[in-house]
Design a protein. Structure first.
Length: 731
């Protein structure tokens, strides 16, 4: 690019010789800033200052035709305008004229670069109005399913390169409504790159099933194709049968999109199961799913409530759970309460969902949970399990009995509630102690703890022995906790030999029908209690398992399903062999999960084999599961809190906090200068020496983009790697 500026004085002198006197008297100072070098396709910005009330700006091609003509109204004497050079802009000199009348100034630039040719024919986004696709620019074929009631769908597509063009079914557009026939519908999205010749075709196959009529006592067979079922009025025992795979004591099935519409006296009751839903059931399930059927209102009893509708769906004998939200619409029941019956126990559905969408249901509803929402005059229940559902009206509320200790009751016959404020608190009901940290909830919640009286329907694990009551813990607000809560349960220590068995708190995953051990198990033999941490409520119990003999396997022999080939696999395996960190009962390690300050301190204390000592006890660690490790670390001088009273045990540990702790436990001589990173200026002053030391010693690394992310949260994989490196350096 070549820029040539005219001599301003020469231009003005020439204008003065040509202008009439009255024009000369009106002359003002018009200035034009230098125009930087530009390439074809770039944006040119012209600006300057003047006392004129408007400025006319022209850019003229080498062939003297006007390219752009703009009027800019000055603000405080300044004017500016921009235009974009075309990709095929002519080469040569361009003249820019700015001013008004004879009060003008000119500038010139030269375009010598050949036109840029781009061959990017990728899509950046592909969306459907009535379905979803897992879009990837490199994937060119997609299959989506809709219900029979969906007769049209809008396809929207955006090219990755804004200069590329998109056509949908041969029409040049970024969005097109497609009418759908029953069966498979093909939609072709073609992207033509800026060069005009490079093309890429994305194929959409949208399936709209024909409606099948259900016949009583004749199951409709489910395949991999979407299914639309209509159940006529008065039909009884309409069912569908799904193919399953049995793994141990659990059956699994993957369902296509299934929509069911049942004609009833209430209106049309409908169920929609999204495509790809994983269903889980006990091995004794007969693979049959009962389609929605209206039952007698007297089949459900609600304390202090009048039942208005009962809908049974699923299987009357076993529990069916789903990994995605399933939508059940009960017509003309808006404004009423809802609940379900399972194992003869009625449970109100107290959670509400933020929107009547699949995305909200999948995101907001916990495993085996439910939520409801009113849509017009209808009640919609989003659920991750099938059972008998009921709509009902409630009597005026009564004041619940608040308990601060054991009620001696069980099941749902006794109401024991504690209100927890948004700044945290402790619940003590039925012998169960729940510690909810500050910041775990965003508003006040009501917590209920009940003993489960009917345990016959709960799953049993041969390797585990139940040594406590089973407790169901609920809260009246929807969603998981943003920080882990501590749950402590009592157990019968006379029923176990603690020298030969391990005890831990487990939670029931009703989706997989399995008991899962809580994190951070702590056993208090003197008080016969066990605690652990979790981020949600469900059913809890203490189970005992036979202690394993010390492993004689060589380091690296630990097998977790999610670390095979992981960059931190060796460090994770070695740290587990040292007994400093554990995996999860489901056979995973969760390397990408962030680790809290308490968890990190606990691992460090174990890894470095620090002798237990009674040290500092912070206000927020006195009742914490990791109080012994935190106290020990404080006594050894390797940690400090946010203040003299606060440690923040459940806060996620940052990378700079990790650096300070590692440098402290390793008693490293701090250095002033370490490796330089693009975001080194983000390091807090109190962590600069520790960051410099740990990075210069190779204990911590930066990222591929040249950053360190000092305030980023530390993952379990990162923690394992840094701790192992620190141990190696200490040795």
């Amino acid at each position: 690019m070549k820029i040539r500026l005219f001599n301003i004085a020469t231009i003005i002198a020439l204008l003065l010789t040509l202008m009439p006197l009255n024009i000369i008297a009106a002359s003002v100072n018009v200035t034009l800033t230098d125009i930087p070098t530009k390439n074809p396709g770039d944006t040119v910005t012209i600006s300057g200052t003047t006392s004129l009330n408007e400025v006319i700006i022209k850019a003229i091609r080498p062939n003297t035709t006007i390219l752009y003509y703009d009027v800019a109204v000055p603000i405080n004497g300044g004017y500016t305008t921009s235009f974009k050079l075309p990709i095929d802009a002519d080469l040569g000199n361009y003249t820019v004229v700015a001013g008004k009348g004879s009060d003008v100034i000119t500038d010139e630039f030269t375009v010598e670069t050949a036109a840029v040719v781009r061959t990017n024919a990728n899509l950046k986004a592909l969306q459907l109005s009535e379905a979803s696709v897992d879009f990837s620019a490199d994937k060119t074929e997609y299959t989506a399913s809709v219900g029979n009631s969906v007769t049209s769908i809008t396809v929207s597509a955006n090219a990755d390169d804004t200069e590329a063009t998109v056509t949908i079914n041969s029409e040049k557009t970024n969005s097109k409504q497609i009418n759908l026939m029953e069966g498979s519908n093909t939609v072709l999205v073609e992207v033509t790159a800026q060069d005009g010749t490079t093309r890429k075709i994305y194929s959409l196959y949208i399936k709209r099933p024909a409606t099948r009529i259900a016949v009583p006592n004749v199951p409709i067979l489910v395949s991999t194709e979407p299914l639309s079922i209509s159940v006529p009025a008065g039909s009884m025992n309409a069912t569908m049968q799904v193919p399953t795979v049995t793994l141990g004591t659990i059956k699994h099935a993957t369902l296509p999109l299934i929509e069911v519409k049942v004609v009833t006296s209430l209106g049309i009751v409908s169920v929609t199961i999204p495509a790809g839903t994983q269903i889980t059931a006990p091995a004794n399930w007969d693979n049959v799913i009962k389609l929605p059927e209206i039952q007698s209102n007297s089949s459900v009893s609600v304390a202090s409530g009048a039942v208005s509708t009962v809908v049974e769906v699923g299987s009357p004998d076993v529990t069916l759970t789903f990994d995605k939200g399933v939508r059940l619409l009960i017509p003309n029941q808006a404004g009423k309460a809802a609940g379900y019956v399972k194992g003869s126990i009625f449970t109100p559905i107290t959670e509400t969902i933020s929107a009547d969408t699949q995305a909200a249901a999948d995101r907001e509803i916990v495993a085996g949970g439910d939520a409801k929402i009113d849509v017009g005059s209808d009640q919609v229940i989003w659920t991750k399990h099938f059972t008998k559902f009921a709509s009902y009206t409630t009597a005026p509320p009564t004041t619940p009995t608040t308990s601060s200790g054991s009620s001696g009751g069980g099941g749902s016959s006794v109401i024991n509630t504690d209100i927890i404020l948004s700044n945290g608190g402790t619940v003590n009901q039925n012998g169960v102690v729940i510690v909810i940290p500050d910041g775990a909830v965003t508003s006040d919640i009501r917590v209920t703890v009940d003993k489960v009286t009917n345990t016959a329907t709960l799953p049993a694990t041969p390797s585990l022995k139940l040594v406590s009551d089973v407790y169901e813990i609920k809260k009246d607000k929807f969603g998981e906790f943003s920080k882990s809560v501590s749950i402590t349960l009592p157990f019968d220590k006379t029923s176990v030999d603690l020298d030969k068995t391990s005890v831990a708190v487990y939670w029931l995953n009703e989706q997989t029908n399995q008991w899962i051990q809580l994190d951070n198990t702590q056993v208090d033999k003197a008080n016969s209690t066990v605690s652990g941490t979790v981020n949600h409520f469900t059913k809890f119990a203490i189970y005992a398992s036979v202690k394993r003999e010390a492993s004689t396997s060589a380091p690296g022999s630990v097998d977790f399903s999610d670390i095979k080939g992981h960059w931190a696999e060796k460090s994770i395996q070695d740290l587990i062999q040292l007994g400093a960190i554990n995996g999860y009962p489901d056979g995973t390690f969760k390397p990408a999960t962030n680790i809290t300050r308490a968890e990190f301190v606990s691992v460090v204390v174990k890894a470095f084999n620090l002798p237990a000592k009674d040290g500092k006890v912070f206000v927020d660690t006195a009742n914490h599961w990791a109080h012994n490790s935190i106290s020990t670390a404080a006594m050894h001088g390797i940690i400090s809190g946010y203040s003299d009273t606060t440690f923040g045990p459940d806060d996620l540990i940052t990378r700079e906090q990790m650096a300070v702790l590692i440098a402290s436990v390793n008693k490293m001589e701090l250095v002033a200068d370490g490796k330089a990173y693009a975001d080194s200026s983000d390091v807090s002053d109190w962590a600069k020496a520790a960051i410099a030391t740990t990075t210069s010693k190779g204990l911590m690394d930066g990222f591929e983009d040249g950053t360190l992310k000092p305030k980023g949260k530390t993952t379990r994989a990162e923690a394992a790697t840094v701790i192992l490196r620190a141990l190696s350096l200490k040795q």
